[in-house]
Design a protein around this ligand. Structure first.
Ligand code: HEC
Length: 132
């Protein structure tokens, strides 16, 4: 592990402990880089809006197909999924495998670590787009 990675890791452990959040395995800084692959379509943060794809604020605990004003596929609206670490990682690994008929055209993240990291990055944002 490079020293900088170790520092980020230590900082995220401290944050998880101080806010009482469940400890996630991923690395938020690495996840921000993975999110570059999603940014062509998705936004997150205080200024996030629905674009090609729904904004991803407050994703932890959010029902699938619930970003207000976004025109989802019937498949996503009817999926019955609640986004959490497990359902999210399955989806981003193989979007069409998890939600047959989704209109998210993305091959999936081959690396489980990328899935962990991008979840840790996204789960920081509350429904208002501010970091929790
Ligand atoms: C080419 C555009 C595109 C890319 C790239 C993309 N997505 Fe999506 N994503 C979509 C679309 C479109 C939807 C809506 C799917 C539907 O309605 O079936 C979606 C839906 C989702 C949802 C469900 C949101 C909800 O409100 O239920 C999640 C979670 C998600 N994407 C995560 C990601 C992540 C993480 C990445 C990067 C690893 C990514 N997406 C990359 C287009 C994209």
């Amino acid at each position: 592990m490079k020293p900088i990675t170790l520092l980020t890791f230590a900082a995220s452990v401290a944050l998880a402990v101080s806010t009482g959040q469940a400890f996630a395995a991923g690395d938020a800084a690495a996840g921000e880089k993975v999110f570059a692959k999603c940014k062509a379509c998705h936004q997150v943060g205080e200024t996030a809006k629905n674009a090609v794809a729904p904004q991803l604020n407050g994703l932890d605990g959010r029902a699938a197909g619930a970003a207000e004003g976004y025109n989802y596929s019937e498949a996503m609206k009817g999926s019955g999924i609640t986004w959490n670490e497990a359902s999210f990682k399955e989806f981003v690994k193989n979007p069409k495998g998890k939600v047959a008929g989704t209109k998210m055209i993305f091959q999936g993240l081959a690396s489980d670590k990328d899935g962990d990291d991008v979840w840790t990055y996204l789960a920081q944002f509350g429904a208002d787009g501010k970091k929790k």
